[in-house]
Write a protein that binds this ligand. Structure first.
Ligand code: DX5
Ligand code: ZN
Length: 223
């Protein structure tokens, strides 16, 4: 089943609870939360205190995408704040296995994120530990960027690895997901579809979530 994950990065932060509620009414099932530290990526967003408030504003799972150096230092704080899924960048984790164990130890679902230039086969050995793999289809740091087409090959490759190894992790895609790209990523094998600008960019989060999800379901043959 495909799922639409509204990314609050492009929402009106002054009305965050209302924005999330609108996206939920439109069919969003997991809230994607972009955490940026100004070091790993050239932008700063939010941290555990905002996640803690968001936790009270919605019952949906919170998918925290950590675009930060030294994620190990902050994993306990995100657990305490109420994060449900936590994904860390392959490029930020010299001891990735240890980091994933830390996420699991804190009762959260672990994911690994791959930048556009990072090869899918680098994570082959730790795939059995993962709840999800996030393929970045833009370089992380900003909303509203253009989709990078070779991400589709990476999604296909990952889906093939999953099937050959008989694993159940989910394939998430993030960056440039909109009406002109969503069918292609679904057909390539992604089922968790993150969208920021396409959901919150025009001020009609409910309607825009609903129409994107409909397009994704149609592409998946679920409509
Ligand atoms: C980018 C973030 C994305 C961002 C996607 O670094 O990880 O989650 O919100 O935004 P759009 O959907 O606008 O490309
Ligand atoms: Zn993200």
């Amino acid at each position: 089943m495909v799922e639409l994950l509204p990314s609050i990065l492009s929402s009106d932060f002054a009305h965050l609870a209302d924005e999330v509620a609108a996206a939920e009414r439109g069919g969003g099932t997991v809230i994607h939360v972009d955490v940026m530290d100004g070091h790993f990526v050239p932008n700063i967003t939010l941290g555990p205190p905002v996640v803690k408030k968001l936790r009270k504003a919605t019952k949906l799972p919170l998918d925290c995408h950590l675009m930060i150096d030294n994620p190990n230092e902050f994993i306990p704080a995100f657990a305490e704040a109420g994060a449900n899924w936590v994904s860390v960048h392959y490029e930020a984790c010299p001891h990735l296995h240890r980091t994933l164990e830390l996420i699991i130890h804190h009762g959260m679902k672990p994911g690994v994120v791959l930048n556009p230039a990072t090869r899918v086969d680098l994570i082959a050995d730790i795939l059995p530990m993962l709840h999800h793999v996030l393929i970045m289809s833009v370089n992380p740091g900003f909303g509203g960027q253009e989709f990078i087409p070779f991400s589709l090959d990476k999604i296909r490759q990952l889906a093939e690895m999953r099937s050959v190894k008989g694993l159940a992790f989910k394939i998430e895609v993030d960056g440039g997901i909109a009406h002109d790209t969503i069918a292609r990523v679904v057909q390539a094998g992604a089922e968790l579809l993150v969208a920021g600008n396409a959901v919150f960019g025009s001020g009609a989060a409910e309607e825009d979530t609903r129409s994107l999800l409909a397009a994704a379901r149609q592409a998946a043959g679920e409509a």
